[in-house]
Design a protein around this ligand. Structure first.
Ligand SMILES: C[S@@+](CC[C@H](N)C(=O)[O-])C[C@H]1O[C@@H](n2cnc3c(N)ncnc32)[C@H](O)[C@@H]1O
Length: 244
């Protein structure tokens, strides 16, 4: 099947993701350390409840979040452009009958119109200013009243956000937030706790997220095994139908 079979927009192609593409094992450690209190999923349950519904996780990477959705969803599709990660995600969900993983990208989802109730994308840097095609695709595959939830790091929250901005001096959180606001998204901010099993794990994760200089600084500024990390959850609903 052509990956563009269902899509009306032209794919821009995947944006390289060095952390998970080059160091999938360390990214797995990172995913286990992230949001150990489940604050993001609690917030998602309020704004985009997936219980008994059909979910697509766009840019699902190695499929870390797919089993969590599958525990309450009717069906879950992971969509991922990078073939080795498609294989890793398939292997993770091999025993879960309600989950499938397809190769594709946000701008060309391999799904028919009005097929799902929730589109989720986590640490989805490919959803930012200029991601109009991805938003259009999400609206195309959502049923009326369905919800697109884009979850990404909040660079306004220290200490993690300070380290991000040290490495990305041109990144302006206000521009990103204005973009989503102008596109009709509501914003919810959450504060999470990352917790590592040991300092070597912390150091290895900082090493795949930041330049060497910033990773060293972040390691110095993190005395224990945990740190606070803020996230933005941008939410937009698909129109629920004609108002007569
Ligand atoms: C930082 S990783 C996060 C993976 C996963 N969401 C998680 O939380 O574990 C970002 C993922 O987005 C994928 N990606 C990059 N460009 C994309 C695009 N245009 N559409 C969909 N996914 C994309 C990458 O291949 C990578 O797997």
């Amino acid at each position: 099947m052509s990956r563009d079979r269902f899509s009306r927009v032209r794919a821009r192609g995947p944006i390289p993701s060095p952390n998970i593409w080059h160091w999938p094992d360390i990214y797995e450690v990172e995913n286990r350390a992230q949001d150990v209190d489940g604050v993001i999923f609690d917030a998602l349950a309020e704004v985009a409840d997936w219980g008994g519904r059909d979910v697509v996780d766009v840019g699902c990477g190695a499929g870390f979040h797919l089993p969590r959705f599958a525990a309450r969803a009717r069906s879950v599709v992971g969509v991922e452009p990078h073939p080795p990660l498609v294989a890793a995600a398939r292997s993770r969900v091999a025993g879960l009958a309600s989950v499938s993983v397809l190769r594709g990208s946000a701008e060309a989802l391999p799904l028919p119109d009005a097929a799902v109730d929730v589109v989720h994308a986590r640490t989805a840097y490919f959803f930012g200013p200029g991601c109009g095609p991805g938003i259009l695709e999400a609206m195309r595959v959502l049923r009326p009243g369905g919800v697109l939830a884009v979850v990404d790091l909040d660079a306004t929250v220290a200490p993690y956000g300070t380290w991000m901005r040290a490495d990305l001096p041109h990144y302006d959180p206000a521009v990103v937030e204005s973009f989503f606001d102008a596109q009709g998204f509501a914003l919810r901010r959450v504060r999470t706790r990352w917790e590592f099993s040991d300092r070597a794990a912390l150091r290895s994760v900082l090493g795949i997220e930041f330049s060497e200089r910033t990773a060293e600084r972040a390691f110095r500024e993190t005395p224990g095994l945990g740190l606070e990390v803020g996230y933005r959850i941008h939410v937009r609903s698909a129109p629920s139908g004609l108002l007569l």
